[in-house]
Write a protein that binds this ligand. Structure first.
Ligand SMILES: O=C(O)[C@]1(O)C=C(c2cccc(Sc3ccccc3)c2)[C@@H](O)[C@H](O)C1
Length: 152
């Protein structure tokens, strides 16, 4: 049975996690999140790859590659791209891979412009305000969804 494949994507500025604005984004670094995600996926018999970029086109290209790689689920924190990127919406809906949208902060309790997402209506689930635990919850959800689909 081929291993289940999950892709973890993080958008712009998330490479700075843990270094600034700990009151909003906590002190956990992106490397910590990625390492924990790999371990969590492995425990669920899945392979998890991760990618972070500050460039919209690179994120679009990585999503295209996910289709070619046979990725079965995507966990994505689009960061600022959430609020304006039609290109990202078109890419992630175009590859037809189920995805979970994660935000560390509760975007609905922040500035008005952060309340709009160009992805949420297409997501299997949206998790926000749980801090970095949101990534763990999203990965657990994906593991369960992949197993459920495999039984159909
Ligand atoms: O809460 C999130 O995870 C979010 O997706 C993440 C965001 C985010 C991600 C990284 C950095 C920053 S702002 C920042 C810049 C430099 C250092 C620390 C924070 C915002 C926001 O753009 C989004 O509106 C919300």
């Amino acid at each position: 049975m081929p291993a289940k494949k999950i892709l973890l994507l993080n958008g712009p500025n998330l490479n700075l996690l843990g270094t600034r604005e700990p009151g909003i984004y906590g002190t956990t670094t992106l490397a910590d999140i990625e390492s924990a995600a790999v371990s969590q996926a492995k425990a669920g018999d899945a392979d998890l790859q991760y990618f972070q970029t500050n460039h919209e086109g690179q994120l679009v290209d990585r999503i295209h590659q996910a289709r070619l790689d046979g990725v079965e689920a995507i966990v994505i924190n689009p960061a600022a791209f959430t609020h304006y990127s039609v290109a990202l919406r078109d890419a992630i809906t175009g590859v037809n891979i189920p995805f979970v949208e994660v935000h560390i902060s509760n975007v609905h309790a922040r500035e008005e412009f952060r309340h709009k997402s160009f992805l949420s209506d297409k997501a299997e689930a949206v998790i926000c305000g749980l801090g970095t635990f949101g990534y763990k919850a999203a990965i657990e959800f994906c593991l369960t969804e992949i197993k459920t689909r495999a039984k159909l």
